[in-house]
Design a protein around this ligand. Sequence first.
Ligand code: HH2
Length: 258
Amino acid sequence: MGILNVTPDSFSDGGRHADPARAIEAAQRMVADGADIVDVGGESTRPGSAPVPPSVEQARILPVVRALAIAGLRVSVDTRNADTMRAALDAGAAIVNDVSGLAHDPAAAPLVAARGCPVVLMHMRGTPATMSKLAVYQDVAAEVRSELAATLARARAAGIAAEAIALDPGIGFAKHAPHSIALLQSLPTLATLGCPLLVGVSRKAFIGALSGVETPADRLAGSIAAGLFAIARGASILRVHDITETAQALRVWHSLSG
Ligand code: HH2
C-alpha cells in the first residue's frame, strides 16, 4: 500500500502532493513501482495534529481519488469521517482505511456495512491531539489485542463481513517507541484475531528512536528492516512511502523464504 498524503502538513510527505496533477503522477509511479493499493488521505493524523473539516478533506482528495479510479488504480481512502468515506467510494475508491477503527464517526460502520467494501480497522486511543497522553500500558500487546477485538466485534455487529476486515496495531498512534517495538514483536498474538494484518511503520518515530535518524525522510533503511520484520511476524500488507525499495526488498525476502 503506497501512501499518498494530499495534505500540507503530513509528518514526512506533507505538501508534496497538494497539486492534484502531481498527486496523480506520484500515484501512477507507485503502482508502476509495485504498489497494489494507493492510500489517499487528506488529513494528517500525526501526534498533536488538529482535525480537518470533512469539506476541506474532500476538496483535497476527491479530484485525486476520481482520477486514480478512472485510471484503474485500487484506491483506499484514509479518513475517519463517514461523509468523506461515502464521497470517496462514490468517486471510485475501493477500500476504507480508518485510523479510528470506525469509532470516530457513528455513521461510518453502517456505511461500510452497506457498501460491502474492504476496511482497515486501526488501533488507537483518543484522537491525534490527545493520543500521546493515552500511551499508558501494563502489557501493550494484550491491551491492544483486546481493544482491537472489541473494535472487530463492533464492526461485525454493524454488519461488516469478517472477510472484509484487516486489522492494524496503529504503530505510533497512542504508542511511544517501546510500545511500537513491543507490538511489532507481538504481531503473531494479534494475528490470532483471525484477520489479515496491515502495518504502517514507514519513516515513523520509533525508527528514529532505534536508529538515531532524526529526519523522517532519511529513515528508508530502517523502514525496510521494520517492514520485513513485520512480514516475518505475520503482516500481510505494508503501508509505505518508498515503493520501489520496499517492493525490491519484499521480492528478495519472499524468494528466499520460498
Ligand atoms: N499511519 C498514518 C496514517 N494512516 N493508516 C493505517 N491503517 N496505519 C497506519 O499506520 C497509518 C495510517 C500516519 O502516517 P502518514 O500518513 O505518513 O502521516 P500523517 O498522518 O502525518 O499524514
